[in-house]
Design a protein around this ligand. Structure first.
Ligand code: FAD
Length: 473
């Protein structure tokens, strides 16, 4: 059997894995990347990229329908929306393949598992078994989705997110189970296509990990767009019927109920995926669901790292990318090693939501004396030119030190604007630092600037009650 020697072997070709492989090769490491399915992982093939392509295209449907200068009927080609999604995904995959090649990374299609801590067996697509010895191994194997007991996707009437991406068919009525990021994004996509959407969430509010005001506003905006949202509602069973419909049984605020839809989309919880890696042969075993790791994401076995979704929550591609870079720095012996605590939470639905750091409630609970600067997009000139008057930015800061503790946004392009906040927080730029900067006018980013001004009751484009620093609405 052929045995190949490498400095770095990366298992998993998602954003965590391919970033680590490229950075490893940039540092002169002889690097091999093994991927058992499609290069690009969940993000590129079944997650971030295809969903954002669908959101961008379907967002235009209500925009055109309500446009003040276009008149007449519009025909929607779902086939073309799907074709563009495919071409964006395939183009991105090819781009990553070129990047790996250009950086000198060896790419291998196959399934990797440990033989011992420094040696992995790879079963290639052709069924051949090859062995690879590597000084360091990165596990970037992603996450799997699990549903509450009694719920199971069947790819027919009961969908997982992979099924929902196909847009085939577009149902008349869709029930989405779970109002986390993926649930609200798919609810937006299908609603934009004219589907009757019911969104069911067992927690007392949607997007429960976000600031309560933001999640309340989001719920209202979904309701305004005709999405029926039920919180404190647990789906206990779903049954595909012989006639193609699906029966949904739930326990809601008014007791048990059932109703019929054409399709149900399940969005479950995610947990790290280590199946079939033969971790025991490497001397590894997860503590609970997640493999333990220390500085630089190195596991308890020297030379083996775990990054991205495989390292546990939060489950975001940008977190995977940042961990990959930190882990390679650790491997190269660079110090100090510091993983950023400022991982933004983002929802790319309609509207967008983005948040980083502490909510006001969390900051108070941690013993801080806080101030909140709040500015609304209705006072922003650029938003006005876009016809947007909904949404706001909240900056939570320490009343004394002026440190920015958290930033919470809902509105247009806030998944872009949140990077202003992460940049400030990562680099210790406080509220006064933000107030000093010049923001282009008219731009959406001025909302962030005005939220910093509003911290001290100094916002320009909104009337403030100077006593309370509350904007007049
Ligand atoms: C519908 C949906 C939408 C999403 N949208 C966003 C978004 O907009 N923004 C965002 O930041 N995040 C989004 N996410 C989450 C994002 O996709 C993940 O956080 C990201 O892909 C994690 O990257 P990763 O490299 O850790 O794992 P993955 O991208 O999951 O890659 C892991 C890879 O490892 C491979 N693998 C596993 N085991 C083995 C093995 N033994 N041998 C070889 N290969 C193996 C898998 O086949 C897989 O390709 C979304 C997820 C979903 C499901």
């Amino acid at each position: 059997m052929e045995l190949s020697e490498y400095d770095l072997l990366v298992v998993g070709g998602g954003p965590g894995g391919y970033t680590a492989a490229i950075r490893g090769a940039q540092n002169g490491l002889r690097t091999v990347l093994v991927e058992k399915e499609l290069l690009g992982g969940t993000c590129l093939n079944r997650g971030c990229v295809p969903t954002k392509s669908l959101i961008e295209d379907t967002r235009m449907i209500p925009a055109v329908r309500t446009c003040h200068f276009l008149k007449g009927d519009m025909k929607i080609s779902v086939k073309r929306i799907a074709e563009r999604r495919n071409s964006v995904v395939e183009g991105s995959r090819q781009w990553v393949r070129n990047l790996l090649k250009g950086n000198g990374v060896t790419f291998l299609s196959g399934h990797a598992s440990f033989k011992d801590p420094k040696c992995l067996k790879v079963q290639t697509e052709e069924g051949e078994i090859r062995e690879f010895r590597a000084k360091s191994v990165f596990l970037s194997t992603g996450a799997v989705e699990e549903y509450s007991s009694g719920l199971q996707a069947d790819g027919k009437g009961i969908w997982c997110t992979d099924d929902a991406l196909s847009l085939n068919p577009v149902p008349r009525r869709l029930a989405v189970v779970g109002a986390g990021n993926r649930g609200v994004e798919f609810a937006s996509i299908y609603r934009n296509l004219g589907v009757g959407v019911v969104l069911l969430e067992r927690e007392k509010r949607i997007l429960p990990h976000l600031d309560p005001e933001i999640s309340e506003r989001y719920k209202k905006s979904l309701a305004d767009r005709g999405i029926r949202v039920f919180t404190k509602t647990t789906v206990t069973a779903v049954h595909s019927g012989a006639n193609g419909g699906v029966k949904v049984i739930l326990e809601g605020q008014t007791g048990q109920q059932e109703f019929q839809v054409d399709k149900v989309l399940l969005t479950g919880r995610r947990r790290p995926r280590y199946e079939d890696l033969n971790l025991a042969a490497a001397g590894l075993s997860p503590k609970g669901e997640v493999l333990g790791h220390g500085a630089g994401f190195q596991t308890e076995v020297s030379g083996i790292y775990v990054i991205g979704d495989a390292a546990g929550p939060p489950y975001y591609a940008h977190k995977a990318i940042s961990q990959a870079l930190v882990a390679v720095d650790h491997l190269m012996g660079r110090t100090p090693i510091k993983a950023s605590p400022f991982i933004p939470h983002c929802v790319w639905g309609d509207p967008e939501v983005a948040a980083v750091g502490l909510t006001e409630g969390e900051a108070i609970a941690s013993g801080r004396n806080v101030r909140v600067g709040e500015f609304h997009f209705k006072g922003n000139g650029r938003a006005g030119t876009m016809g947007v008057d909904q949404g706001l930015i909240l900056i939570v800061s320490d009343a004394k030190s002026r440190e920015v503790l958290g930033v919470h946004m809902i509105g247009p392009q806030v998944t872009e604007l949140i990077s202003l906040a992460t940049l400030a927080m990562e680099n210790g730029i406080d509220v006064d630092g933000i107030k000093k900067a010049v923001f282009a006018h008219p731009s959406l980013s001025e909302t962030f600037f005005e939220a910093a001004l509003a911290t001290d009751g100094q916002a320009i484009h909104l009337l403030m009650d100077t006593e309370e620093h509350e904007p007049e609405r």
